[in-house]
Design a protein around this ligand. Structure first.
Ligand SMILES: C=CC1=C(C)c2cc3[nH]c(cc4nc(cc5[nH]c(cc1n2)c(C)c5CCC(=O)O)C(CCC(=O)O)=C4C)c(C)c3C=C
Ligand SMILES: [Fe+2]
Length: 417
């Protein structure tokens, strides 16, 4: 194979692109990134699908994928760890960290061409694609610390205070095979192929020591107003979802409600946070037959503008007295406490029993303490929320997301010191 025929890595391509401009780099490599639909006015760091040259480092004081802006696509995988020793578990976390750091930087996990007689060290589907703001977030589930009374990895004593299992709630329709997990990986990117690529390669390099227990894909579309400013995304019920979310740029709120910090224990979780995932099926067919009045009363907000009842604009503070007592927002709005929501819509075909769409919200939230923030909120909603008529919670999982990774370090290393 001649030198010019050899595929180049995403890193090489972007180095070349920086030096020469994308057109020249692409001409040289023979790769095609821009379709004929794209115009000269389109930014050279973004293609017509909005897939971007953005890079979120895997290294830093906090993990990416929490306070970084939500990308358009998510693949979330929960794993059962089959490693048999603490050392094997640490090796797995090291291997994952190395691979994750490379992929987030827009590089491939390994070489495609080392040995024709062996499987390539990278699966190849990211060649020529943009880094697309890939973030990889890793969390540890309760069973990693203690499974049925067994301390498999000598970690039982290090069980984190803020990690609580969610008790059964009225109306739950949880599927055990879609719930729980020893470790989770949340991969988000502006390109669905990059998000899948990341998880697929992390699964590949963990063969023999971890097995996927369940996996969920999700998507999110962010509208832009006429000035090109991003607006609140809408969920599959057509409502703006995220209006009253925590502003991730507000470090005071992030420290108050999301990051483990100050005198919080255990010390190994400082800079981390706790993740709750609930796969919530939305009964689309029932919803679509309900009147606009009923839909708006369910949330206590106006469908088109997103404004709370009695208010004019989306971001006007809600006045609970104007909202129906059992409306979602009235019940979820609790003075003095908050959680950070970062969920994705999903569509998983149809329910084979009923023929109805299996679509909804893969709800993800991050908080400093699950028992104090999330569980009381879910209890209120499960007991009284008008939205329950249109939803079914089909899976549930909780994870402790350790702090970010230092260069040369690995994810969760503070847990082992
Ligand atoms: C336990 C926490 C929550 C679950 C589960 C949940 C499910 C859920 N939510 C929507 C749609 C909306 N939620 C909105 C606001 C909102 N929701 C929660 C928590 C849970 N939601 C909170 C804390 C809030 C903010 C309350 C406030 O302080 O005002 C809204 C309104 C717009 C917004 O602020 O985002 C919508 C719409 C769905 C469809 C859903 C389950 C499928
Ligand atoms: Fe909500």
């Amino acid at each position: 194979m001649g030198k010019l025929d050899q595929p180049i890595s995403r890193r090489e391509m972007f180095k070349m692109a920086a030096a020469t401009g994308f057109g020249a780099a692409l001409g040289l490599s023979g790769m095609r990134l821009f379709s004929s639909l794209e115009t000269a006015s389109m930014t050279r760091s973004e293609n017509q699908f909005g897939r971007t040259n953005k890079v979120y480092s895997f290294y830093g004081s906090h993990q990416a994928g929490i306070d970084t802006p939500a990308q358009g696509h998510m693949v979330f995988a929960a794993f059962d760890v089959t490693a048999e020793s603490r050392k094997e578990l640490q090796d797995l976390l090291r291997t994952w960290s190395e691979a994750a750091a490379r992929m987030c930087a827009g590089k491939q996990v390994g070489d495609h061409l080392t040995n024709r007689k062996l499987p390539p060290e990278d699966t190849g589907e990211s060649v020529g694609l943009f880094p697309s703001g890939l973030s990889i977030t890793i969390g540890f589930g309760p069973t990693l610390f203690n499974r049925d009374g067994m301390d498999r990895f000598g970690l039982a004593e290090r069980y984190p205070t803020g990690l609580a299992e969610i008790p059964a709630m009225p109306g739950d329709a949880l599927q055990p095979e879609r719930s729980g997990g020893d470790i989770c990986i949340q991969a988000c990117a502006d390109d669905p192929q990059i998000a899948f690529y990341a998880v697929r390669n992390l699964v590949r390099v963990s063969r023999g020591v971890a097995a996927v227990r369940w996996l969920q894909q999700g998507f999110l579309s962010t509208p832009q107003n006429q000035k090109g400013v991003a607006e609140t995304p809408r969920n599959l019920f057509g409502f703006k979802d995220g209006t009253a979310n925590i502003d991730t740029g507000n470090s005071q709120l992030m420290n108050q409600f999301v990051w483990v910090n100050g005198s919080d224990q255990p010390a190994w979780m400082q800079g981390g946070t706790y993740l709750v995932a609930r796969r919530i099926r939305m009964l689309i067919e029932v919803w679509d037959r309900s009147s606009l009045d009923e839909q708006e009363s369910t949330f206590g907000r106006t469908k088109l503008s997103g404004a709370g009842f009695g208010m004019k604009n989306e971001f006007d503070p809600v006045n609970p007295n104007f909202l129906p007592e059992n409306s979602h927002v009235r019940l979820a709005h609790v003075e003095g406490t908050k959680i950070l929501r970062r969920g994705y819509s999903y569509v998983d075909g149809i329910d084979p029993k009923t023929g109805q769409l299996d679509a909804g919200l893969f709800f993800i939230s991050f908080q400093r303490n699950i028992s104090e923030q999330f569980i009381p909120l879910l209890r209120r909603l499960a007991a009284h929320d008008a939205l329950n008529e249109y939803t079914l919670h089909t899976s549930s999982a909780v994870f402790a997301c350790p702090p970010g990774v230092r260069e040369d370090g690995y994810i969760g290393e503070t847990l082992f010191v």
